[in-house]
Design a protein around this ligand. Sequence first.
Ligand code: ZN
Ligand code: ZN
Length: 115
Amino acid sequence: MLFGVSAVSKELNFRQNTMCQKCGKYSSVSVYMMYSTFSIFAPLFKWGKKYYAVSDCCDMVFSISPEAGQAIERGEETQLWKQDMQIVGRASHCQKCGFPLTPGQQTCPKCHTKL
Ligand SMILES: [Zn+2]
Ligand SMILES: [Zn+2]
């Protein structure tokens, strides 16, 4: 894309073993950061950072509090607690690259395939 706004997600280097709040299994979560970029040839601005976690057991998406998400992004030793996580809904996966998609996403934030 040469010009425009797009949503970008990337996986943060963080995994945590935890009891899934949705299905009750002992499982793990991966944490992702999502933001919007405005680009003219190259990304110029980033805004609206959001953090979310996806569970391995049932592909459930949880939104994470900004404080916890920022600590993870900075690489701090941190723990996600129950009160930091809110169930959003079930993730679907991009058919092309397998990236977990939060409910309502219309374009894959990784490979930019329209869904
Ligand atoms: Zn689960
Ligand atoms: Zn994709």
